[in-house]
Design a protein around this ligand. Structure first.
Ligand code: ACO
Length: 335
C-alpha cells in the first residue's frame, strides 16, 4: 500500500468584492449583525457577464496547483470535482475541467457532498492512490453561489453567508507511509437532509410542473437553512470527527500545527478552537474575507495557509468539515 500526499495547491477568487454594506442595499441587514453572528466582513461574487462559472474557476485554481506540483496536466490520472453548484444539472463539472485542461480521457468524477465535499474528495483520492490504481489525482472544490441566492430580506438568513471561489490540489503517490494523508474519517446522517438544502426542481417536481404553476413566490429554488439547528449539530460533529482523527493518529491537540476547518461560520471555528484548547496560530480562518464558499473553503484556506508559510514539511495538518446532508469528516495530514 502507498500513501498519498499533496504536492501542489492553488486558489481562485473572483475580483468583485461585496461588503456587508453592499448587502444593506438589497435587504434589511447590517454590517454589525453579520459580523457578530458570522464573522464575515466581505465575500466575492462573480459579476454577471464575467463569463465565469464553477468549472472555469476550478480550472484557474487547478492550473496553479498543477504548475506548483511540477507535473503536466496530462499526467493527471483522475479528476475529482467537489461542488453543490455545478455548471449544469448534468453532466458534472469535472468533465468540463478535463476538457479545459486538455487531458485526453482520464476519469472525471463530481462529488456532491456540499460543505464536506472537499474532505470526501481528498479521502476518495487517497483510496485510489493507496491501492496503486492512480498516481496523480487533481482534487477541486469550487462554488458559484451568488447567482442563485435570494438577495432580498426574505433570504437574508442564508444569503449573507455564502461567497464564490475555488481551490485545488494535486495529490500523488508517496512511498514513505509516515508522510501524507495518515487517515480520513467520513460520516453522514440523512435524516437531517432537508435542514440545509435546495429542494427544487427535483424528481418529485419536474421543471414542466414548475413552469405550469408559474409561482413567483416559490422559494424551493433557493437554499434553505435551519441556522440554529445546523450550528448546534456542527459544533458537536466537528469536535467528534477531529477527536476521531486524533485517536487514530495518536496526536494530541497541542501537536496540531494547523487546523483548517470548513469556513462555515467564524463562531463555529472559534467554538472548536476553544474545545481543543488551540492557540490562534493553530487554526486558519479566512471566512472574514471570503464568506462560506462551501466545498471550496478548505482548499482556499489550505492554499493560503501554505502560501503564508504556515504549513511546511513536518507540520501536522487537520482538515475538518460539516455541512448539508448532514455530512461531516476529517483528514489528518503529516506534511
Ligand atoms: N441580517 C439581520 N437580521 C437577520 C439576518 C441578517 N442577515 N438573518 C436573520 N436575521 C434575523 C432573523 O430574521 C431573526 O429575526 P427575528 O428574531 O425577528 O425573527 C433574527 O435575526 C435571529 O435569526 P436566527 O436565524 O435565529 O439567527 P442566529 O443567531 O441563529 O444566526 C446564523 C443565524 C448566522 C445563520 C446562525 O444560525 C448560524 O451561524 N448557523 C450555523 C449555520 C452555518 O454556519 N451555516 C453556514 C452554512 S452551512 C455549513 O457550511 C455548515
Amino acid at each position: 500500500m502507498y500513501n498519498s500526499k499533496i504536492i501542489g495547491l492553488g486558489k481562485f477568487l473572483p475580483e468583485n468584492i461585496v461588503t456587508n454594506k453592499d448587502l444593506e442595499k438589497t435587504m434589511e441587514t447590517s454590517n454589525e449583525w453579520i459580523i457578530e453572528r458570522t464573522g464575515i466582513e466581505e465575500r466575492r461574487h462573480i459579476k454577471k457577464g464575467d463569463n465565469e462559472g464553477t468549472a472555469s474557476m476550478g480550472v484557474k485554481a487547478a492550473k496553479i496547483a498543477i504548475e506548483r506540483a511540477k507535473i503536466k496536466a496530462q499526467e493527471i490520472d483522475l479528476i475529482l470535482f467537489a461542488t453543490l453548484s455545478p455548471d449544469y444539472y448534468f453532466p458534472g463539472s469535472g468533465v468540463l475541467v478535463q476538457e479545459a485542461l486538455d487531458i485526453p480521457d482520464c476519469p472525471a468524477m463530481d462529488i456532491r457532498m456540499q460543505c464536506s465535499g472537499f474532505v470526501y474528495a481528498v479521502s476518495t483520492a487517497d483510496q485510489f492512490i493507496k491501492t496503486g490504481m492512480y498516481k496523480n489525482v487533481l482534487v477541486i472544490g469550487s462554488e458559484y453561489h451568488s447567482g442563485g441566492l435570494d438577495m432580498t430580506t426574505r433570504g437574508r438568513g442564508v444569503s449573507v453567508i455564502f461567497g464564490d471561489g475555488a481551490g485545488a490540489i494535486v495529490m500523488t503517490r508517496e512511498e514513505n507511509n509516515e508522510i501524507g494523508i495518515l487517515s480520513s474519517h467520513l460520516h453522514s446522517e440523512g435524516k437531517h437532509a432537508e435542514e440545509l438544502s435546495l429542494i427544487g426542481p427535483n424528481t418529485g417536481r419536474w421543471v414542466p410542473e414548475i413552469i405550469a404553476e408559474n409561482k413567483q413566490d416559490d422559494i424551493s429554488y433557493y437554499p434553505y437553512m435551519n441556522g440554529q439547528f445546523v450550528f448546534k449539530n456542527a459544533v458537536v460533529r466537528f469536535a467528534e470527527v477531529i477527536n476521531e482523527g486524533l485517536e487514530k493518529t495518536g496526536w494530541s491537540p497541542d501537536q496540531i500545527g494547523m487546523l483548517i476547518p470548513h469556513q462555515a461560520n467564524l463562531r463555529i471555528a472559534q467554538f472548536v478552537q476553544r474545545k481543543f484548547g488551540l492557540s490562534d496560530d493553530q487554526v486558519y480562518n479566512n471566512i472574514q474575507r471570503y464568506g462560506n464558499t462551501t466545498a471550496a473553503s478548505i482548499p482556499i484556506a489550505l492554499t493560503e495557509a501554505w502560501e503564508e508559510g504556515k504549513i511546511v514539511p513536518g507540520t501536522k495538518v487537520v482538515l475538518a468539515a460539516f455541512g448539508s446532508g448532514f455530512t461531516w469528516g476529517s483528514v489528518m495530514i503529516q506534511w
